[in-house]
Design a protein around this ligand. Structure first.
Ligand code: SF4
Length: 329
């Protein structure tokens, strides 16, 4: 299986490749991708350098252009596709059908992948993108059990990539409006869930409060590790109890079911985290490439040291199999 690692900047791209990634996925420095944070992503010069670095080492680069353009920004989104094509990248990852149509008709040789933001889970949805835009691959949303992923693969006309590790989006991907409800900026169009411009940390002698817009997301005791304020992972009061009402901070980790994912026909494992540091990228790329090498050698066993390394870079320092494992199914 192909190891697809995130890269939010050139140092991360090099780190991913030097530590075993087969492919890196990047975004341009604007709202055309779903990790539009200040100081992150690739300008013209950096993207040329990144593609050169990867290709000269036999590795691939995908470009995520996976937000939904608004009418006033259409030109910016198609220029991103033009630029990705000029760069000679190995695929663009798209969600919007208008962009799919533009890319498929203008650049028939450019490989198109359906983004997780497209939220395609059925044969009919996957076949639609294949028949109309000749996509080569789809990334499934993180809401399916292993049995459901297998069902999708069995009838899919295209290759299937799934998330193997990283932060979780608990809502239907590409359609979550929690952050835009509070900040007025949608992750699906502006490209950032919890944009830093709306984040506030307020500290006093006994606690640290994190806020998004004017909403209190969490309050931490003095020595408690504080997470980045994301609405779905806040502690809220509901019916007299204060707790993680929507989702506990945790990261997906599928090392345990890697052989199963291979057996059912998953072609690529995607690691989340373009917003994370080169140190995170080094840990995940090194750990996941070691696991995939062992899987290829046919003597796979999840090592404690792998899980320990991944826990250290996980949200809330804990991991989950997420929707892949549903004991009641
Ligand atoms: S609020 Fe949570 S579920 Fe919604 S886009 Fe942000 S991280 Fe994903």
């Amino acid at each position: 299986m192909e190891l697809v690692c995130p890269a939010g900047n050139l140092p991360s791209l090099k780190t991913a490749i030097d530590n075993g990634a087969d492919t890196v996925y990047i975004g341009f420095a604007d709202d055309t991708n779903a990790r539009h944070f200040a100081g992150l992503n690739f300008n013209e010069q950096r993207s040329v350098q990144g593609v050169e670095y990867a290709h000269s080492r036999g590795k691939k680069v995908y470009v995520a252009i996976n937000t939904y353009p608004q009418p006033s920004g259409w030109q910016r989104w198609i220029e991103a596709i033009d630029r990705a094509n000029r760069l000679g990248v190995d695929a663009v990852i798209l969600a919007d059908i208008g962009l799919m149509e533009y890319a498929a008709s203008k650049y028939p040789d450019l490989n198109l992948h359906l983004s997780v933001q497209g939220s395609a889970t059925s044969h009919e949805a996957l076949d639609f993108y294949y028949q109309n835009f000749n996509i080569k691959r789809a990334v499934l949303p993180r809401v399916l059990s292993v049995a459901q992923v297998k069902k999708a693969i069995d009838s899919s006309p295209v290759d299937i990539e799934v998330f193997g590790f990283g932060s979780l989006c608990v809502m239907v991907e590409g359609r979550c409006i929690l952050s835009s409800y509070v900040t007025g900026r949608s992750p699906n169009t502006y490209g950032a869930c919890s944009p830093a411009s709306h984040v506030e940390y307020v500290e006093n002698d006994i606690k640290l409060e994190t806020r998004l817009g004017d909403v209190l997301i969490d309050a931490y005791k003095k020595d408690e590790p504080a997470g980045y304020p994301t609405l779905c992972k806040g502690r809220f009061e509901s019916r007299g109890n204060t707790y993680y009402a929507l989702e506990e901070p945790t990261s997906l980790n599928t090392l345990e079911i890697l052989p199963q994912l291979k057996d059912i026909g998953v072609v690529a494992i995607k690691i989340e985290g373009r917003q994370r540091s080169p140190a995170y990228i080094e840990t995940v790329a090194k750990t996941w490439s070691a696991a995939l090498i062992q899987l290829e050698q046919g003597n796979y066993q999840t090592k404690n040291e792998w899980n320990q390394a991944l826990s250290q870079v996980s949200e809330g320092f804990q991991t989950t199999l997420g929707a892949y494992h549903r004991s009641w199914q």
